[in-house]
Design a protein around this ligand. Sequence first.
Ligand code: CA
Length: 233
Amino acid sequence: MLAYSDASVLVVEDEAAQRELLSYNLQKEGLRVVAAGDGEEGLLLADEEEPDLIILDWMLPHVSGIEVCRQLKRHNRTKHIPIIMLTARGEDADRIRGLDTGADEYVVKPYSVTVLLAQVRAMLRRTRPSSMGEQMSYGDIVLDAEQHKVTRGGKLHKLGPTEYRLLTVLIERPGRVWSREQLLDRVWGHDSEIDFRTVDVHVGRLRKALNQPGKPNPIRTVRGTGYSLDYDA
Ligand code: CA
């Protein structure tokens, strides 16, 4: 089994035994786990941690799972995070309601932990391929997350660790414009004290590291906003 490098999962489940069982099994898979016992805490942690995946129980006290889902999908910081909804209700109408609200998968309780873990892996492979050791490419640039290798047009390029992480973030969503703050969070972590100019410095280094004579600069500067991996190869 693959040890994930940096993917995180938020579990929102009010039943303590269920929450602990799930958290334990996800951690055993090498995932970073944060857990919440109700919807409000779930919303708070989703905003703070920006996890790569959320496992969300439907039946929660106070704020229901459906409402949590709705709010997550309304906010810019959290709307891209895939959600697996857990519920004891199996009826089609509820299933449709769950999907309408923005849940990406729907798992009926009682569920098999093994099956749920397989769904988690499948989803992360789609949404966070680097965390699953997958190979990713954009244009003529290929990043092999298992071997930590970057090539452009078949030629090997040596990148520093920060530039490598930066490219990993960018190549997972080509065309997306990332603000300096978002890149800071993703590459250096939420608690880092470095300033935005450091992001500019490392983007500069990454450009230089990927440079090949006669080929376009793959990273676009979006004035006043940030950066994007976006070019005509
Ligand atoms: Ca519940």
